[in-house]
Design a binder for this molecule. Structure first.
Ligand code: PLP
Length: 337
């Protein structure tokens, strides 16, 4: 695997050579070990294959300006993985165990980590492996935990370009109490609408706003911003508590923006967007500006159809922190060698 393969491959389609793995036998996780990335033997009756007992995380390790490896908000991602596991009745791995597995994979992949703006995307995954198709109403008695790593460049191909999102005002992305879980089934539930938006409107994403309540997109949170304010929905179980969302809000406050967390409607968003900016926040998306919001067949330009200056400013502040060109004043970085 060359360090540059990620530059031509789609996001997440290139992997480092080793992953870290640990099996849970119903009582405890075994001591993790590194093994080559490749097919893993799994029983056709495995719980995950039938009843979707799967949770995962997505975080990044960046190469710092001094060459050091920097994990961004490791603790937050581990906490969210534990929360997702509890919601799916999967065994929540100890912080210490998961931390060790993630660090082990990063160190092993050291030479394959791209220079910024590239990074190493880490995908801790936990699946129910008990072979029992009769266990639809019971948690899996066995599980597999692994950490996979993928050298990545841009999530939305074409560097910093304005995105097009289609508003879905009826269907939610997931069931109301499960949006907060990072679980595969949520992505499966949203896929049909995203495919339709891509094919029919050449859109990049769907913005879920069931009943008019603007929540998040299929793979990132959603914020509105202008020269003074950042507006986003307050956390609730209907959508994923993004680590990037949280980071952007903290950085925005540091930079003097007023941060407003409250519910807002599609109408209010469209009005805001006439003179303001909109952006998607996520580990993969970083902070990606929206240029067009499509609602009920009508295209609304955001910020003149360009990625706005405030989006670029906050994005630059976030990436500067991640790569170490500004000091880590919030204790968000775990430097590992
Ligand atoms: C549905 C969804 N919402 C929001 C996010 C953003 O979360 P984070 O900033 O922690 O990556 C993601 C993942 O990136 C996601 O898949």
């Amino acid at each position: 695997m060359s360090a540059a393969a990620h530059e031509t491959a789609p996001f997440g389609a290139v992997f480092t050579e080793k992953l870290s793995m640990s099996r849970w036998d119903g009582e405890r996780f075994e001591e993790p070990h590194l093994e080559p990335v490749g097919p893993i033997p799994i029983h056709p009756a495995a719980h995950v294959l039938h009843y979707s007992s799967s949770v995962f995380e997505g975080l990044k390790a960046h190469r710092g300006i001094g060459g050091e490896l920097r994990l961004f908000r490791l603790d937050r991602h581990i906490e969210r993985m534990q929360q997702s596991a509890r919601l799916l009745y999967l065994p929540a791995p100890d912080k210490e165990l998961l931390e060790r597995m993630i660090i082990e994979v990063v160190l092993e992949a050291r030479d394959a980590i791209p220079q910024p703006p590239g990074s190493l995307y880490l995908r801790p995954t936990l699946i129910g492996t008990e072979a029992n198709i009769g266990a639809a109403a019971a948690p899996s008695k066995e599980a597999l935990l692994y950490v996979l790593a993928s050298p990545v460049g841009d999530y939305f191909s074409g560097a910093i370009r304005p995105l097009k999102v289609v508003v879905e005002s009826h269907r939610p992305r997931s069931t109301p109490s499960f949006g907060m879980a990072k679980t595969g089934a949520n992505y499966a539930a949203a896929l049909g609408l995203i495919m339709e938006a891509k094919h029919t409107h050449a859109a990049d994403q769907v913005l879920f706003a069931p009943g008019g309540d603007v929540q998040e997109t299929g793979a990132a949170n959603f914020i509105l911003l202008d020269d003074r304010r950042v507006l986003t929905k307050p956390l609730d179980p209907s959508f994923l508590p993004g680590v990037t969302r949280d980071s952007v809000l903290v950085i925005a406050r540091d930079l003097g923006y007023e941060v407003i967390e409250r519910d807002f409607t599609i109408e209010e968003m469209l009005e805001f967007a006439e003179s303001g900016e909109a952006a998607l926040s996520g580990t993969a998306a970083v902070l990606a500006g929206v240029g067009t919001i499509l609602h009920e067949g009508r295209a609304h330009q955001v910020g003149g159809g360009h990625v706005g200056p405030n989006t670029l400013r906050l994005r630059a502040a976030l990436t500067a922190l991640q790569t170490g060109s500004t000091p880590d004043t919030h204790g968000w970085i775990r430097t590992i060698g």
